[in-house]
Write a protein that binds this ligand. Structure first.
Ligand SMILES: Nc1ncnc2c1ncn2[C@@H]1O[C@H](COP(=O)(O)OP(=O)(O)OP(=O)(O)O)[C@@H](O)[C@H]1O
Length: 249
């Protein structure tokens, strides 16, 4: 019997993004399958945030393509297929929004002609809040959350949106070990449920706890492999540009 292979959940091909004279991405190529957590590892300025922005359709590539389930970023944006959990410094936490308001934003693409949330939207928000264990904090202002709770609120927004691909930009920055473990378990569970999860991280020590695979980025993809392979000193040295003996572990 003939079978048709589904396209990868996320396919980045020859992606090049320049900001004036700065080349942030230079022919980055990789693809991700559903059901896995992939770590995105690279030094500061290696192009990780730019990669996320390109997948979200927020920056226009100078060359190359991004396909989400075989479709372009415009289709993914309109259908809410991809969700983005930003770095915390990219969010205005003083904005007078409750956790529930943030999660409800994930439903905007699903609202009907009246643009008013209906019972199904509120149900999706409640389910997403429960999924990330934030039900009890639903009415709290977002600025009054801890670092880990803030990340979980944005993950819940992605779940309410029914995104199948989740991108997280440095979710472990500034959180304690226990919070990191809670977030890791959540991401692992979401991937086990069939989602595609791409997480940028500086925490190399816990890379193999976090992810099934890792992409080592230095403007282009140096290696896409199991965490143990990516963590080999000679590979890290290629990404971080230092002698293998000096690579921090
Ligand atoms: N809006 C912009 N205008 C000009 N240059 C930019 C802009 N955004 C990023 N860059 C540059 O592009 C390169 C890649 O930046 P990017 O933020 O994608 O890296 P990153 O890997 O996410 O870094 P970090 O780990 O510090 O967050 C850097 O040299 C950065 O200074």
């Amino acid at each position: 019997m003939e079978t048709t292979l589904a396209p990868p959940s996320l396919e980045v091909s020859g992606l090049t993004v320049r900001y004036g004279a700065v080349t942030a991405l230079d022919g980055a190529t990789f693809s991700l399958a559903a059901g896995r957590v992939t770590g995105l590892v690279g030094m500061n300025g290696s192009g990780k945030s730019t990669l996320f922005k390109a997948v979200m359709g927020l920056v226009r590539p100078d060359a190359g393509t991004v396909r989400v389930h075989g479709r372009g970023t415009e289709h993914a944006r309109r259908h809410g297929t991809v969700a983005y959990v930003p770095q915390t410094e990219d969010v205005d936490w003083t904005f007078p929004l409750s956790v529930r308001d943030v999660v409800l934003m994930g439903r905007y693409g699903h609202l009907g002609l009246t643009r008013r949330p209906r019972r199904a939207d509120h149900g999706a928000v409640d389910a997403a809040l429960a999924r990330v264990s934030l039900t009890d904090l639903a009415d709290r202002q977002i600025g009054a959350l801890s670092g880990g709770q803030r990340r979980r609120a944005f993950v819940a927004r992605g779940l309410a949106q029914e995104a199948s691909v989740l991108l997280l930009d440095e979710p472990f920055a500034g959180v304690d070990r226990r919070t990191e473990a809670t977030l890791t378990t959540l991401l692992r569970d979401l991937a086990a449920g069939g989602r595609t999860v791409l997480v940028s991280t500086h925490d190399l020590q816990r890379l193999d706890e976090l992810c099934d695979d890792a992409v080592l980025l230095h403007h282009h993809v140096i290696l896409h492999a199991a965490p143990t392979e990516v963590l080999r000193p000679e590979n890290l040295a290629r990404a971080f540009g230092v002698d293998p003996a000096e690579v921090p572990r």
